[in-house]
Design a protein. Structure first.
Length: 218
């Protein structure tokens, strides 16, 4: 059973806020959709949105929130006033639909955008904007579940142009263990410290570079 972070009474405000935020940032401030989605997550605003912080989902205007976020990156930039449009944009719809998807599934925006870029969600507008929201949610879940994320271990190993077999020989870690970590069958964050150290030493990186969620490791 999914435990939702805030009452459905606030969902309408949340959907409107995210819709207006993406629409203003992308269409008026001309920000790249996927870059802005990363800023939304890294700024901490996404986490506050996920827990239903009322000062976020029904407090400040979305336009002001975007200006604050962008102002930290571009402190000397002046951002344009919002322009009201009767016809809702694909970006507006994407924010509106994503807010309901996040509320329904209780997934983190960080995890959603890692698997499904905001630009991809926007591209779904043509097919789903006139359908019941449940169809969009079903499609998002399917894409989310079918997307296999590249592990940090694999990304670093391939950047070093080292095969799995070569890494096994260099580190002394069994080949099968490396394969299971890269396939996410085994969680490298739960591996023995000595194993992670051996892999990091062989790849010339820090042990933290190989962990997927280093903040949750004891």
């Amino acid at each position: 059973m999914t435990i939702r972070a805030y009452n459905e009474l606030y969902l309408s405000d949340a959907k409107k806020f995210l819709a207006e935020m993406f629409d203003y940032a992308i269409n008026i401030c001309r920000q790249d959709a996927d870059w802005f989605a990363k800023l939304f997550v890294s700024s901490g605003l996404a986490e506050q949105f996920e827990i239903g912080n009322p000062s976020v989902i029904s407090g400040k205007a979305a336009e002001d929130t975007v200006r604050e976020m962008l102002g930290r990156v571009y402190p000397n930039e002046k951002f344009p006033e919002n322009i009201f449009a009767e016809e809702r944009s694909p970006e507006y719809w994407a924010g509106w639909a994503l807010a309901e998807y996040q509320w329904t599934t209780a997934k983190r925006f960080k995890d959603i955008f890692n698997r499904i870029p905001l630009s991809k969600v926007i591209s779904m507008y043509k097919i789903y904007h006139e359908m019941d929201i449940s169809r969009f949610i079903e499609s998002m879940d399917k894409i989310y579940d079918e997307t296999v994320l590249e592990t940090k271990l694999r990304r670093i190993r391939e950047s070093r142009q080292v095969s799995q077999s070569e890494l096994s020989k260099m580190s002394g870690v069994p080949l099968r263990s490396i394969q299971l970590y890269e396939q996410r069958v085994n969680n490298i964050d739960r591996a023995q410290a000595q194993t992670v150290y051996k892999l990091a030493r062989a790849l010339g990186c820090n042990t933290e570079d190989l962990l997927e969620e280093p903040e949750i490791i004891d």
